[in-house]
Design a protein around this ligand. Structure first.
Ligand SMILES: Cc1cc2nc3c(=O)[nH]c(=O)nc-3n(C[C@H](O)[C@H](O)[C@H](O)COP(=O)(O)OP(=O)(O)OC[C@H]3O[C@@H](n4cnc5c(N)ncnc54)[C@H](O)[C@@H]3O)c2cc1C
Length: 362
């Protein structure tokens, strides 16, 4: 019998199970599909929230810690799996039209290298492919990206390398609670027993209505398109009005993303393709000449303020919730997993855990 069952094998479940395993816990991760096949595969992999200055400190504290963890994590995963997650220093240029002083104050507070630039020649020195729409904004040279499909692949390989137990194609249908205490989970095949269970089921985390107290996580669809370009055609990540460009190392260029609250629907639309392409070409005109290789959608685990649940369940002993990372599951995930492990193990949490409780979210 494992000590702890983790329900969901996206980035959050994978990072959490791995962290607990490394700290000596017997874990079992259960995933209804393939590991990392949902939002964690579909995302952009920017290692920063978009417009981080708009978020609460509780989001920034996780983001800043994760930024420090990623280089070593990616290196360890490479040594374990031979899989390169392509963590690269692309930097992020964000078009802003006002409030630059507040943003610079935010950057100072969090020790983020950021400068306000309104000279187009300087902007072109940073990224020569940008269009006229990119005429002023905040340049953060240290923002990295990770190729998230490769991150989840490397995490899976790490599980195999370290013999961390997991089962794919195993949907948890019920969390078994007896006398206010968790005792395991029931899947369509069989039941698994453990004294601790973590809900890490991304956008699906509200499905387990074990008590009256709900986990308020809603699916927020994000569509993305990908162009086929040449390496270094575009070097920097560019963001304006919620639309962004992410150049991958092999020359592929992602343009995202939509924000759609329409339930568990992962279909893609021609309207979204048009919107994303139009916005992308405004930011980087040369994209007009490239072919769009692929379009896809993922379901972000949305919470109202983008603050994730990283907590013990209010009403059920032994049940934990690690979900609701919304647009930031990759950037927050590494630090969030450390915090979840601290809470599960009953140690001193590395940061104040109060903002991530169910209580704080209601
Ligand atoms: C278009 C887009 C762009 C994004 N860009 C970024 C970005 O640049 N940077 C960033 O940090 N974040 C980004 N995100 C957000 C990020 O991808 C998510 O926050 C993150 O992937 C959430 O991870 P998760 O493990 O909670 O969810 P998921 O990856 O969705 O994993 C949840 C898993 O739980 C499984 N599951 C559900 N129910 C059950 C059950 N009953 N039994 C067993 N398993 C179950 C699912 O199959 C799934 O695999 C983006 C997301 C999208 C869609």
């Amino acid at each position: 019998m494992p000590d702890c069952i983790i329900v969901g094998g996206g980035a959050i479940g994978l990072l959490t199970a791995r962290q607990l395993f490394l700290q000596g816990v017997d874990v079992l991760l259960l995933e209804k599909g393939p590991l990392g096949g949902e939002s964690s595969w579909a995302g952009g992999g920017i290692i920063s929230p978009l417009y981080p200055w708009r978020y609460a400190d509780s989001v920034n504290v996780l983001a800043e810690r994760s930024k420090k963890i990623y280089p070593e994590l990616v290196q360890t995963l490479f040594e374990e799996s031979g899989s390169d997650c392509e963590l690269i220093d692309s930097g992020l240029f964000t078009v802003v039209n006002e409030g630059e002083q507040d943003i610079l104050n935010w950057a100072k507070k969090w020790s983020v290298d950021a400068s306000y630039i309104d000279d187009v020649n300087v902007i072109h020195d940073i990224e020569e492919s940008v269009g006229e729409a990119v005429d002023k904004g905040i340049w953060m040279p240290d923002i990295k990206q990770v190729r998230n499909p490769k991150l989840v692949k490397a995490l899976k390989a790490s599980f195999d390398h370290r013999s961390i137990p997991y089962l794919e194609g195993t949907e948890v249908e019920e969390i078994i609670v007896e006398n206010g205490k968790v005792s395991g989970v029931r899947t369509s095949q069989k039941s698994f027993f453990a004294d601790k269970v973590i809900i890490a089921s991304g956008a699906w985390s509200a499905q387990f209505s074990v008590t009256q107290t709900s986990v308020d996580v809603l699916p927020v669809k994000g569509q993305m398109i990908m162009y086929k370009g040449e390496p270094d055609l575009v070097k920097r990540m560019i963001l304006s009005e919620g639309h962004y460009i992410i150049p991958r190392r092999d020359g592929r260029i992602l343009a995202g993303s939509t924000l759609e609250k329409i339930g568990f629907d992962k279909s893609v639309s021609s309207e979204a393709l048009e919107e994303l392409h139009h916005a992308a070409v405004e930011l980087v005109p040369l994209l007009e000449g490239l072919s769009i290789e692929r379009q896809w959608a993922g379901l972000r685990p949305g919470t109202e303020k983008g603050i994730p649940y990283i907590c013990h369940h209010d009403d059920v002993e032994g049940l934990y919730v690690h979900a609701g990372h919304f647009r930031n599951g990759i950037v927050l995930g590494a630090a969030s997993a450390e915090l979840m492990a601290d809470i599960v193990l009953g140690g001193q949490p590395w940061c104040d855990a109060a903002p991530y409780t169910m209580h704080a979210q209601h």
